[in-house]
Design a protein around this ligand. Structure first.
Ligand SMILES: [Zn+2]
Length: 77
């Protein structure tokens, strides 16, 4: 499947925020998931572990959702 867009190699991450609960450095996927699961307009993001606790969705399920969104071509991921 051809991706709908390509980010240049070595591009900086979309955001360099840290988890608002535990301060862990965030991956793009965690930022995207926070937007999807909590609030699309949020400026505060959670790591996978804290997001899992917050939403009651298991970490594995969150990752599965992220994969799904990626396949749909969601620009958040
Ligand atoms: Zn955290």
């Amino acid at each position: 499947m051809t991706p709908m867009y390509n980010r240049p190699q070595g591009a900086p991450p979309l955001a360099s925020n840290c988890c608002i609960k535990c301060g862990a450095e965030l991956k793009n996927v965690e930022i995207g998931l926070t937007k999807k699961m909590v609030n699309r307009g949020t400026k505060e993001f959670m790591c996978l572990k804290c997001l899992s606790e917050f939403t009651g969705v298991s970490e594995q399920e969150l990752l599965d959702k992220a994969e799904h969104f990626k396949k749909m071509g969601c620009i958040l991921f």
